[in-house]
Design a binder for this molecule. Structure first.
Ligand code: F0G
Length: 356
């Protein structure tokens, strides 16, 4: 069967108004990749799968919610959309808006957006405005301006974003035949964890697929849901989740509690270490924020507070590594330079062992 995108495949399960006019880039349908080496590294005895959301059309999971939000907006004749973003929402909104023939405006925190995301937003034709402040400041501003002007807000406060993002939970259940025992994922503005929990509950009501326990993971320098209060100046290498006042924080806490899971924080070092071993053991390169869920899982298993034995665990990897190349190139050893001669290449590769 040909794939026509998420609204075609799961539209009947999404609460979207009848005026919705589908705008799609054939998002979703992402692979659930077994990660046996990584599971082994965490102690083994369980099945680990990576839901690789970086393979969506603009390189992140945001496309699932964006096809829904832009389709709804297109159906009621919206001409301009706006969002605040740490980068991925901006690129996604810009791409879908272009496809719908709309203008997009994106507000980003100055100097804190990874190169691949800013480039995406510009390439897709967004009007980009940098805010000399945080993501949280930018979000406050777009909420206000969308109330006062005919500009549609496409942040995950928009309920259709959540509807679209539920589809990943449906896909996981369809692929495994039922929900996994645990689901781990990064938490920033908390739209995604909210959507997963809503999606799993809906599918369980319909198809008895069971419910996962949810492990939400924040970066230690931006962990308002773990600390129990907003963080005025969030700081982390995982710029995607550098958020101090999550818009759907309450719902994230509910999802963790109702699922008998929890929300924890991991350090930047744990995030970068996980990013590296995921790429070097499994061949899956994700941006730093996307490694946070797995870093949290590794920490919980090592601490003995999550027993993975015999379980199926799914980790959501939300964005592609290409979004943030600098995080890797910044700290790498410069590759050696060799003149274009075979003996020089042999010398560089084999040193003293080279045949003479
Ligand atoms: N992972 C990545 C790669 C993200 O870009 C985000 C959020 C998250 C995880 C967290 O998801 O906010 O639903 O809890 N990025 C938003 C943005 C904030 O503007 O692109 P969340």
């Amino acid at each position: 069967m040909q794939y026509h995108g998420l609204l075609e495949k799961y539209g009947a399960l999404l609460n979207l108004p009848s005026h919705t006019r589908p705008i799609t880039l054939l998002e979703g349908n992402t692979p659930l990749i077994p990660a046996a080496h990584l599971a082994h590294e965490m102690g083994g005895g369980f099945e680990l799968f990576i839901k690789y959301e970086g393979l969506n059309p603009t390189g992140s999971f945001k496309d699932r919610g964006m096809t829904a939000a832009i389709s709804e907006a297109a159906g009621r004749g919206v001409t301009t959309v706006i969002c605040a973003s740490t980068g991925n929402t901006a690129a996604s909104a810009a791409a879908y808006a272009s496809r719908a023939g709309m203008k997009s405006i994106v507000l980003i925190p100055q100097g804190k957006v990874a190169a691949g995301k800013l480039a995406g937003a510009v390439a897709y034709g967004a009007q980009v405005v940098q805010i000399d402040g945080s993501f949280d400041d930018a979000l406050t501003m777009v909420v206000e301006i969308s109330k006062q002007h005919p500009i549609a807000l496409v942040n995950s406060i928009n309920p259709y974003r959540i509807e679209g993002q539920k589809t990943s939970a449906f896909e996981i259940c369809d692929a495994l035949g039922h929900a996994p025992e645990w689901l781990c994922l990064p938490v920033g503005n908390a739209g995604n964890i909210t959507a997963y929990w809503a999606g799993f509950r809906q599918y369980n009501d319909l198809k008895w697929t069971g419910l996962p326990r949810i492990l939400g993971v924040q970066a230690a320098g931006a962990a308002p849901l773990v600390l129990g209060h907003p963080v005025e100046r969030p700081e982390t290498v995982a710029t995607a989740i550098r958020i101090g006042k999550p818009a759907r924080g309450e719902q994230a806490l509910e999802a963790a509690e109702e699922s008998d899971g929890r929300i924890i924080a991991v350090s930047d070092d744990e995030i970068l270490h996980m990013q590296k071993i995921l790429a070097q053991r499994e061949g899956i390169w994700v941006e730093p924020a996307s490694a946070a869920g797995l870093a949290g899982l590794a920490r919980e298993i090592a601490a003995g507070s999550l027993n993975p034995r015999g379980k199926r665990i799914v980790a959501i990897c939300t964005g592609h590594g290409l979004k943030d190349p600098e995080i890797v190139t910044r700290s790498m050893e410069r590759p050696v330079v060799v003149p274009p001669r075979l003996d020089a290449l042999e010398e560089a590769l084999l040193g003293e062992q080279r045949p003479r």
